[in-house]
Design a binder for this molecule. Structure first.
Ligand SMILES: Nc1ncnc2c1ncn2[C@@H]1O[C@H](COP(=O)(O)OP(=O)(O)OP(=O)(O)O)[C@@H](O)[C@H]1O
Ligand SMILES: [Mg+2]
Length: 299
């Protein structure tokens, strides 16, 4: 079963198709959650999984059997790669077993808190790390350490989605179809798109997905519109998001499959409007452009 994921700049959602019907995943009461996460301490690295003695033994067995399988298939695998993969499988099982028990969502994943609760927890605790809209950073020029941290953050959010969906559907989900903007927000031009996709793929892998595919967000929006349209017609579908605006020209409706003719993307969205409104409408109340305080202090 494949989980469709809309990992958005401002809000994230997920759904599956069962018996030809769209079945959204619930996050608390809602069918989406604010793409924010709060870590009470430092941002944990999903690769830092601590094994107990029993798990060490299990890990060794997994490594040995993977090594035998690789030899039989005539593949060269380094001991490091074998260990990494075995560790990932073991960690995933452990996370799924924990998610099945009646623990609060915040107790999982080293006490990470997601969505609106993340903001509340951050304001209550006055410490720790609050991360909002990590998607908008994926296409930026990143120091290797920053890249690792952002990959880990995206992995935690995708794992939260995977575990929530798995618990709701009563079966572990291993396959994901991830939405992607046509143009990611980027400071390095076209290379930003490739980097963002690499980070998302790596994060989804860390989050426990084995099969990862991408679908352009306006194509996904067009398919949704198609499913609601009875007559065949040409349409321009516009998805204005928090970070990007995505547009598709498609032939939709009726019993035939939709045909996406073309898709475009602009790396601008609602957060740019929020920011511009804040700077021009709200910050003057604090003296921006009115007092002699340099304007760059207003952020
Ligand atoms: N009630 C509201 N009032 C004003 N603006 C809103 C409201 N709800 C959403 N928005 C705007 O819509 C944006 C979020 O839209 P949406 O949830 O579609 O974005 P997203 O899918 O997370 O982002 P993207 O697709 O760019 O990654 C917010 O950034 C905000 O600017
Ligand atoms: Mg969106």
């Amino acid at each position: 079963m494949r989980l469709g994921i809309d990992f958005g700049t401002s809000n994230s959602a997920a759904a599956i198709v069962r018996d030809g019907k769209l079945l959204p995943i619930r996050f608390g009461e809602a069918e989406q959650f604010r793409t924010s996460v709060y870590f009470p301490g430092v941002v944990p690295d999903p690769d830092d999984f601590q094994l107990d003695a029993g798990q060490e033994h299990e890990l060794q067995q997994l490594i040995d059997s993977a090594a035998r399988a690789a030899r039989a298939a005539g593949q060269e695998r380094t001991p490091q790669a074998l260990r990494r993969e075995a560790l990932r499988a073991l960690r995933r099982e452990w996370m799924e077993a924990r998610a099945g028990k009646e623990r609060s969502a915040s107790d999982l994943l080293q006490n990470a808190v997601y969505g609106d609760d993340a903001l509340e927890a951050y304001f209550e605790e006055h410490e720790g790390n609050l991360v909002q809209s990590p998607k908008s950073m994926l296409g930026y020029n990143l120091h290797p350490r920053a890249r690792q941290t952002i990959t880990g953050i995206a992995a935690h959010i995708l794992e939260h989605i995977r575990l929530t969906a798995s618990a709701q559907l009563g079966q572990p989900l291993r396959s994901a179809l991830l939405g992607r903007p046509v143009q990611f927000r980027s400071s390095i031009g076209e290379a930003g798109n490739d980097q963002a996709l690499d980070i998302l793929r790596e994060a989804a892998n860390q989050a426990g997905f084995d099969q990862i595919d991408f679908l352009e967000e306006p194509a996904a929006a067009a398919m949704h519109y198609h499913a609601e349209s009875s007559d065949r017609h040409q349409a321009v579908i516009v998805d204005i998001g928090g970070g990007t605006t995505d547009i598709a020209h498609a032939e939709v409706g009726g019993s035939e499959a939709p045909r996406i003719h073309r898709a475009w993307g602009i790396a601008r969205g609602g957060t740019d409007i929020d920011l511009a409104l804040s700077l021009s409408g709200y910050m003057p109340l604090f003296g921006r452009g009115i007092t002699r305080v340099p304007t760059h202090h207003y952020v």
